[in-house]
Write a protein that binds this ligand. Structure first.
Ligand SMILES: O=C(O)C(=O)C[C@]1(C(=O)O)C=C[C@@H](O)C=C1
Length: 361
């Protein structure tokens, strides 16, 4: 290295070393304080997991509002999610259930939302995720609920209908799919495997570029990647994390038909989340099958000035063209306007269920 370069870099690196020491000291002070919080909760017999989703969201939003940069707000979210995750983990380990082996998008969503200091409970199906949380084998579950290309994840909607669990958070992540094989080529490959949602999200690309490959459904993309890592006739569609996890090489990257492809995940658990000032409420409704019923059903929302961010229907399986409606509202169920709208809705619908109120991402 040339001398002037060294002369200029040396002091800057010394300053970074000194700042890192201060950050480390502060992080340990924060961790010790979180341990004290844990002790206070224990002394007062506060039951259930340490997780307080509303507090975590407010800690991060407050810092983003204070942030002057150049550290980005996205980086504040990522770094503090990890700091809080570590502090929470010192109080008590949070067990998170999700679909798929190592490297699935559900795992990525779970870790982006709850941080890495969690116990991972890997499940073979969405049903198993709900079962694990309902049975107390996991504190929370992370499940996909909608994709920007393919729409609703129907199995998740059906499970939400019948589960006693509450929605306690949301996380939307970018879904970038790769075509992966052991060799990074298609030599000897006859099949492409992925979760049906991923096959659907890439169908135009597959038809155009690899029409000769048989398309086979796998329980998850992570599982498809695992199979591809042992079977050279199989190509998997999966994300970057799965490629690294299973030692696969890309034949092609970014093969999703929509480059902006995103999936929204919901965190579920047996926890009621308190208001943060910027929340959503998810509900399920059903009305009798008659003209004007859906229109009337939604009237209490506009009357009470409550905005709807999502409206999804799902057949009620009665054979009579009846539907369940999955509606997301802005606001917490404890806020007066939302509480009034929910009370009015409840009066006039045939079925009413609040899935939960939770901090808006
Ligand atoms: O404030 C609390 O209740 C804590 O336990 C501390 C803390 C944090 O590290 O900030 C950790 C876990 C909770 O989910 C919320 C916040």
């Amino acid at each position: 290295m040339d001398d002037t370069l060294q002369a200029r870099l040396g002091p800057l690196r010394d300053r970074i070393d000194a700042l890192d020491e201060q950050i480390l000291d502060l992080l340990n002070q924060r961790a010790n304080t979180a341990l004290e919080v844990g002790k206070v909760k224990q002394d007062h017999d506060v039951d259930g997991p340490v997780l307080k989703p509303e507090r975590e969201a407010m800690v991060i939003r407050r810092l983003q509002a204070l942030n002057k940069g150049p550290f980005t707000d996205q980086a504040v979210d990522a770094v503090w999610t990890q700091i809080i995750s570590t502090c929470r983990g010192l109080e008590s380990a949070l067990a998170v259930a999700y679909l798929g082996p190592q490297g699935s998008f559900s795992e990525q969503a779970a870790l982006e939302h709850f941080g890495h200091a969690v116990t991972r409970v890997r499940c073979d199906s969405f049903d198993e995720v709900f079962r694990a949380v309902e049975a107390g084998q996991a504190d929370v579950g992370m499940v996909p609920v909608e994709n920007s290309t393919e729409g609703a994840v129907n199995r998740t909607l059906d499970l939400l209908l019948n589960s006693p669990l509450k929605v306690l958070g949301e996380r939307s992540i970018k879904i970038h799919h790769n075509l992966l094989t052991q060799s990074g080529t298609l030599d000897g490959v006859t099949r492409v495997m992925a979760h049906p949602q991923a096959l659907a999200q890439c169908q135009a690309w597959l038809t155009q570029h690899v029409p000769g490959l048989v398309r086979d459904a796998a329980p998850s993309n992570g599982e498809a990647a695992r199979i591809a890592s042992t079977d050279p006739t199989v190509a998997a569609i999966a994300g970057d994390v799965a490629a690294v996890a299973w030692g696969l090489r890309p034949v092609a990257s970014g093969i999703q038909d929509d480059p902006q492809n995103r999936t929204r995940f919901l965190a579920v658990g047996a926890i009621e989340t308190l208001p943060t000032g910027k929340d959503k409420t998810s509900i399920i409704l059903a009305v009798p099958n008659r003209a004007g019923a859906v229109y009337e059903m939604l009237a209490p929302l506009s009357t009470n000035g409550v905005s709807m961010t999502r409206f999804e229907s799902r057949p009620a399986r009665t054979g009579a063209w009846e539907y369940y409606f999955y509606v997301d509202l802005l606001g917490h169920r404890n806020e007066p306007s939302v509480a009034r709208a929910l009370a009015d809705l409840k009066q006039q619908v045939a079925f009413f269920k609040v899935l939960g109120s939770y901090p808006q991402q």
